[in-house]
Design a protein around this ligand. Structure first.
Ligand SMILES: C[S@@+](CC[C@H](N)C(=O)[O-])C[C@H]1O[C@@H](n2cnc3c(N)ncnc32)[C@H](O)[C@@H]1O
Length: 177
């Protein structure tokens, strides 16, 4: 959550597209200790308290509990710890928690840890998570540096749509990534 930029973006978008009812769930183990509760304050000030649920813990723990509770989500945004092992856990639990046709976005995919998880998905999880084209949502005013980066295959944000339910078969082929 940090200072709440993405949480507020998600909440205000949900209010626009689903005014009759929406809930955003966010996870951050350091919201109080490092961020001084700034995003919680902002979300309350903007009147979203009833549409917002927050867990102050590590995502691997919270997401596993949500799986246990059989919760389902239409959309997930992964932007917590950027260590490979944590992003991998976020990916793994999210792939279970999403509804069919649900979308997951990974931020900072130019980070080598995150990029490695994306490679795993593309090579080994393509039957479950299919690349989701974000081009129609891109800012047409994007600066030259970003355009050049994209041409070179560098993407900050990468999305997938869930097309089938995990797990894979126990003896699924392993593809190097
Ligand atoms: C890059 S910031 C997120 C920024 C936010 N998405 C935004 O746009 O404002 C990363 C956040 O992940 C949190 N974080 C660090 N380790 C985490 C973990 N294991 N599980 C969940 N969140 C974690 C940090 O405290 C921080 O708030």
């Amino acid at each position: 959550m940090a200072h709440g930029a993405s949480a507020l973006t998600i909440l205000s978008t949900l209010r626009e597209i689903s005014p009759n009812g929406f809930l955003h769930t966010a996870i951050d183990p350091c919201q109080t200790t490092i961020w001084g509760g700034s995003s919680i304050q902002l979300i309350n000030d903007e009147g979203y308290a009833k549409n917002f649920r927050f867990y102050e813990d590590y995502s691997a723990i919270v997401l596993a509990n949500l799986v246990k509770e059989k919760e389902k989500f239409d959309f997930a945004y992964v932007d917590g710890s950027h260590l490979f092992e944590n992003v991998f856990m976020d990916f793994y639990y999210t792939s279970i928690l999403l509804n069919k046709d649900g979308i997951v976005l990974f931020d900072d995919c130019n980070n080598r840890h995150v990029a490695k998880v994306i490679k795993f998905i593309n090579k080994n999880y393509f039957d479950i998570l299919q690349p989701f084209n974000l081009k129609p949502f891109e800012d047409p005013q994007k600066d030259f540096q970003k355009k050049l980066g994209n041409l070179l295959g560098i993407r900050q944000l990468i999305g997938f749509r869930k097309i089938s339910e995990p797990p894979r078969q126990w003896n699924a082929k392993f593809r190097n990534f």
